[in-house]
Structure formats: C-alpha cells, structure tokens
Write a protein that binds this ligand. Structure first.
Ligand SMILES: [Zn+2]
Length: 151
C-alpha cells in the first residue's frame, strides 16, 4: 500500500504507475489523480498548445520534417477558438473512454506530403476534420463536407 500525494488515500501499489528515479519506482500520485490532472491540464489553452506542439515534435522525430511553429502560435489559434477550415468552435473538454473529442483542436499539415510543421504548412482544425482529411484528403472531402450543409 502507498499513500497518494495528491488525494492522500492509501491505495494498493498497482494503483500507481511506474516511474524512474523515485525511491519506490512509482509515481507520487495515483493513476486516478494523474488521469484527472492530465485531463484538467488539457482544458488550459496554454498547456493544450504545449501538448500539441510536443506531439508534432514527436511525429517529426519519427517521420522526418521540421517543427518551426511555436506553442505560442498554436495557443493564439486555440484562443481564437475556431477551426481554420470549418470555422466551427473548438472544445477542449475530454470525452469518455479515451475517445477523441471531435471538436478538439489538432494540427493539420496543409500539404500532407510536406512533413514540416511551419506556419505556411499548418492549420489548426477540428480533430474530426483532421481525421477525415488524413484518410481521404481535401479533394475527396470537400464535396462531402459541402453536401452535409444541405442536410
Ligand atoms: Zn490520488
């Protein structure tokens, strides 16, 4: 058993994630507290921007390309509050069961063959839009998005 530093509840060891460089090799906070904190952190535009920036860095490390946009640039877009493509509002709140909120802001490379996250090649769009574009591209999706307006 171990007492969580956050909620102060005594919990079984398997309620704590592993962590290097601590005396017992476990996190200070229990998994529940960590999860809640991660979710709360993502509600904040500044930390959400840092999260998106770091994800882009990781992707470019893995697949190549240069990240020249800054967390501040992303934050400005998020604070503006609207998808660059659809004009629909962003929603930073998490959804159940680890699903992605379709309205969550995400970074979309305008020319998907260009691996660089530059100001010229990046827009901040709804996650649902980004997923559709990743799969089929703008040429395929444009008539589909348009026709939805008539429903
Ligand atoms: Zn806790």
């Amino acid at each position: 058993m171990k007492t969580c530093n956050k909620c102060q509840i005594n919990k079984p060891l398997n309620c704590f994630s592993k962590r290097k460089n601590t005396s017992d090799g476990l996190q200070w906070w229990c998994k529940d507290c960590k999860k809640l904190d991660d979710a709360n952190r993502l509600l904040n535009p500044k930390s959400r921007s840092a999260f998106l920036f770091n994800s882009a860095k990781l992707r470019s490390k893995k697949f190549g390309g240069v990240v020249s946009i800054t967390p501040e640039w992303i934050e400005e877009k998020i604070l503006k509050g609207k998808c660059d493509l659809t004009g629909l509002p962003f929603d930073l709140t998490p959804v159940e069961n680890n699903h992605v909120n379709p309205y969550a802001p995400s970074l979309d490379r305008i020319d998907s063959k260009n691996r660089n996250y530059s100001i010229e090649n990046t827009r901040v769009v709804l996650s649902a839009v980004n997923a559709a574009l990743n799969e089929w591209g703008i040429e395929t999706m444009r008539p589909i998005f348009k026709s939805l307006g008539d429903l």
